[in-house]
Design a protein around this ligand. Sequence first.
Ligand code: ZN
Length: 431
Amino acid sequence: MISKTQLITLFLFVILFVSKSNAQITATTDCLKTQSIHIEDLVMSSDSFIQTNLPTINAPERKVKKILLENYNFLKNSFSNKDIIKNNVVEQELNAIVDNIIEANPKLKDKKFNMLYATEYVANASSLGNNIFYIYPGLFEILDNDQQLTFILCHEIAHQVLKHFQYSIEESIRLEKTDLTNESSLNLFRNKRELEINADAFGFELYSNLNYQEAEAIKALEHLKDSDSILYSKNIDIKEQFNFKDYPFKRFWINKKEQLLKIKKYKSNYRNLDSLRTHPNVDTRISAIKKINIPPLQQINTKVSKQHLTKIKEWQDANYLCILKDSNRYDLHLFFALEKHYLNPKNIFASEVIASTLFNIYKAKKEKQFSKFIPPPNAFASNTSFLELKLFLKNTEAREIRKIGLWFCNSIEEKSNTLIKIQEKFKRLDK
Ligand SMILES: [Zn+2]
């Protein structure tokens, strides 16, 4: 039995909790706790990170150290911001594939690769050296089977084995001296192209040793080619979803402002060694792979399996909204909740996320913290419906977001307690 004092304490606690009206709010549905990852688990201290790489890089020591330290801090921040998280389900499935690759390729024996889950919804994979790889959620969505995923991982491993990380640091030091003239950017482009083709070739060799079919490797690349139009474009139309009878959508909310669409310069991107989708174009890569002569195989493993990819996709589908909750990316969070809501308007969790995210965006605007939670678009997330949402968030004023939030809550017929609370918060702001 709960005693009277306990009851009063509990009551007070509830009151206190509810009245803390300015704190960031989140949807209530049980979310699996994402495990944060600490850089020390993977690469030890910044000193050892630098010491491991320094001897293999052929450039002035002071400059190399500076870049390595930047890289280390970049990793560290990505972990603490939860842009990259540790996830046992995804890791386990990816490791199973990596184990197969190593088993078929004895030269990789004794290597340990860290496959981490990045939270930004793009179809990509990348690496920062030190056997650390990030795989992005969109990649799992565009691939069909384990063989295709295997090829992508082989490509990433190839970058690592071929020391492209080290090479790209040397390259960026060489470029520091020059302004980024047409000629030097052309060279950078050419070198980068070459690295990608080399990683494909070596990756394809690793892949072929599993006796998988060439066709699946090529399909993986073809999917990357299509991915820009697939990601972010499923079922979102904010013009409809934020159009209420008593508060209609306003066209100027999605008027373009030039500076928003500018993307980061290529030169600053050297840190991100790999980008599956940028250069060279996928068609060039496919024809390069087709030219590779691999020795006739004993037997071609024609059976296509999906078990690992399916498990990852199922996990992702069930948890992605929760992951975003921790990542403080309001734009992505809103986007995916809008999509879930569109597919099933009765999905109460999605409605809670939309309402709470709008509330948090309102707060961020009020507190002039907008860019902390909603970064400018980057080169890999250029799809129109996502850009439209970002324009909308940028163009609207706090009071407009407040009204949209309130009308959105009003439009949900069967409200959960959380939704009612958020609705009340919006109402109180109104006064
Ligand atoms: Zn690559």
